[in-house]
Design a protein around this ligand. Structure first.
Ligand SMILES: *Cc1c(COP(=O)(O)O)cnc(C)c1O
Ligand code: SF4
Length: 356
């Protein structure tokens, strides 16, 4: 067995074992575990410094998860699912679920209903997904997701990417994976060699807090970047983790130093069992206001709300428009200074130039 697989098997999956390590009451963990899956990699567990810190909150089951507010599938991903392994919401791209396993199960996960459930995905399901993509020439971008696709064996990953690459209309491939954050040991030279064969291939990962940027995760990202893979990051805005402008600014700045480009910050979805993570929209807008202009534009992600009912992601920004009429638009910069810009171009002048 490969080294990373052996290491993956040391992850903690039993509530009693976890309770013992953390010196907490096992009963709460057991009760949450009856409803939702549990798994924490040794590495990620090792990043915890104290009870309730940003790493703890992301990985350790919390009794609050049993407060059943919210829906099971608020984004209506199932409704946009022509076959179980595909979500096809946008015209030219699909999400393709190929794995139900993750290195660590995040307590805030949007797909709580799916991850950890072996029934949610089979080999046949993957074949069905590939057939669907083959039959739909409008699909030019496939986002290989899960669960975590990089928890599959190297050969499986290679086979899936190869099948996708054999489809002429598929222009780009993307992988969505949190292993660089929760299990960076999975990013091996062998894996990088495989991924490299299937360019153009992008990878979006999922850092939520600057403390997740460690020598190990930095190394994983550097290896992927050296394999020519453009790296992006999708964070979720989480109460008690990163709902603070200083923390988020540090995170996006540090991401650039490991060659990861901040791509999205998601407003938390209205998923059952995640209500204790939810922040106000204003929190997100304030964070955006603290980034744009204050730090490198490269470090500024889009803040998106994934509207319920399957409308898709909608980006919002603090409104910079102070005034707008037929004459001028008045805009406010990041320091609060305003400027005016004419609404229309001077058409008569353009005509004169044309005459010449
Ligand atoms: C997020 C998402 C995508 C990808 O969206 P981009 O904005 O292109 O990154 C595609 N399909 C579904 C269903 C999604 O939720
Ligand atoms: S890695 Fe992604 S899919 Fe897996 S539990 Fe975390 S958020 Fe959910």
């Amino acid at each position: 067995m490969s080294e990373w697989k052996q290491l993956a098997q040391t992850a903690i999956t039993r509530p009693d074992e976890l309770a013992k390590i953390l010196r907490v009451d096992p009963e709460e963990l057991r009760r949450v575990h009856e409803v939702y899956p549990l798994r924490v990699s040794r590495y990620y567990l090792g990043l915890i410094r104290e009870k309730g810190d940003p790493i703890w909150r992301q990985a350790i089951p919390d009794i609050e998860e049993l407060n059943d507010a919210g829906e099971v599938d608020p984004l209506a991903e199932e409704a946009d699912s022509p076959v179980p392994s595909i979500s096809h919401r946008y015209p030219d791209r699909v999400l393709f679920y190929v794995s139900h396993v993750c290195a660590t199960y995040c307590r805030f996960c949007t797909r709580k209903r799916k991850v950890g459930n072996p029934q949610s995905l089979s080999d046949e399901g993957i074949q069905c997904g590939l057939d669907y993509i083959r039959r739909h020439p409008e699909i030019r971008d496939v986002i290989v997701s899960g669960g975590d696709p990089l928890m599959l064996a190297d050969e499986r990953i290679d086979a899936i990417l190869k099948s996708l690459r054999s489809i002429r209309h598929v222009e780009i491939l993307r992988i969505g994976s949190r292993v660089p954050v929760t299990f960076p040991q999975r990013v091996t030279p062998e894996l990088c060699k495989i991924l490299k064969r299937h360019h153009p291939l992008f990878l979006n990962t999922h850092f939520n807090h600057p403390r997740e940027i460690t020598p190990e995760s930095s190394k994983a990202c550097n290896m992927l970047a050296d394999a020519g893979i453009p790296l992006g990051n999708q964070s979720v805005l989480l109460k008690g983790v990163n709902d603070d402008p200083a923390v988020m600014k540090r995170l996006v700045q540090k991401l650039l130093t490991i060659r990861v480009r901040p791509y999205y910050i998601y407003q938390a979805d209205l998923v059952r069992g995640t209500d204790h993570f939810r922040t106000s929209i204003e929190t997100g807008l304030n964070i955006m206001a603290s980034l744009r202009g204050h730090t490198s534009g490269l470090a500024v992600p889009h803040f998106v709300v994934d509207g319920s009912g399957g409308v898709g992601k909608i980006a919002i920004i603090p409104d910079p428009v102070v005034h707008y009429d037929d004459e001028e638009i008045v805009l406010k910069n990041y320091e609060g200074f305003t400027c005016s810009y004419p609404t229309h171009c001077r058409e008569h002048q353009t005509d004169e130039v044309r005459k010449w």
